[in-house]
Design a protein around this ligand. Structure first.
Ligand SMILES: CC(C)(COP(=O)(O)OP(=O)(O)OC[C@H]1O[C@@H](n2cnc3c(N)ncnc32)[C@H](O)[C@@H]1OP(=O)(O)O)[C@@H](O)C(=O)NCCC(=O)NCCS
Length: 186
């Protein structure tokens, strides 16, 4: 999925070293925002397995995980994933993302999340994408607002982040919102 400054695509198995490098460079930065990761996660084997798992999930219509690549250098600068895909009358996925701390504040997450939502609606045929954000994560809340997500409410003790069941603000966007946002006359 091609944007102005970044593009999204699935990681290839041979790219496990660059994914590991991204994870290692951002290990401390991401710790307050993620589940507790065992040391074994930060290994080539584990990152390789993550890539293969993501490919399988993609084929089974369970999740769509992308690397965020800088168009100018082709460097991987983050990840964004549509997960927990449920079809039938829900047709919903959850979205998660992070951007390399050295690339923060340049609009990378905003563009990447927008591209992932575009993929969700225009290629994966989903109807709704949901995000959950801890109330103090101002940068992430801002990203969702900029993309056009709506605030739906507070989910208490929603996800176990860094060992604690943290409240999350639930945001969502549906195809109806997306069409309105992209309506040139609207
Ligand atoms: C949240 C995250 C994805 C943002 O990535 P990014 O590429 O810097 O995001 P963008 O540059 O597209 O937009 C960030 C916005 O937040 C704003 N922002 C940054 N820090 C802020 C703060 N402390 N308070 C308020 N706003 C803040 C920026 O000014 C910008 O808004 P603007 O364009 O109106 O100025 C990144 O910091 C990250 O990976 N964080 C850790 C993981 C995480 O939180 N993931 C999301 C979990 S829900």
């Amino acid at each position: 999925v091609l944007g102005e400054r970044v593009y999204l695509r699935g990681h290839r198995a041979v790219e496990a070293p660059s994914l590991l490098d991204l994870r290692l460079r951002n290990r401390e930065f991401l710790e307050p925002f993620e589940p507790v990761r065992p040391d074994s996660f930060f290994t080539l084997d584990s990152q390789h397995a993550q890539i293969l798992g993501a490919e399988q999930a993609w084929r089974h219509d369970e999740a769509y995980a992308f690397g965020i690549f800088d168009k100018a250098t082709d460097a991987v600068v983050g990840r964004v994933a549509l997960s927990n895909v449920v079809r039938a009358s829900w047709n919903n996925a959850t979205i998660g993302y992070f951007v390399d701390h050295e690339y923060n504040g340049r609009g990378v997450a905003t563009e990447a999340v927008g591209l992932a939502v575009k993929f969700a609606f225009e290629q994966a045929g989903l109807h709704r994408v949901q995000a959950g954000v801890m109330p103090h994560n101002s940068a992430s809340l801002r990203v969702l607002e900029k993309v056009g997500f709506r605030y739906e409410g507070l989910a208490e003790r929603y996800l176990r982040i860094n060992g604690v069941w943290e409240d999350h603000r639930i945001y969502a966007i549906t195809t109806e919102d997306w069409e309105r946002l992209n309506d040139p006359d609207g």
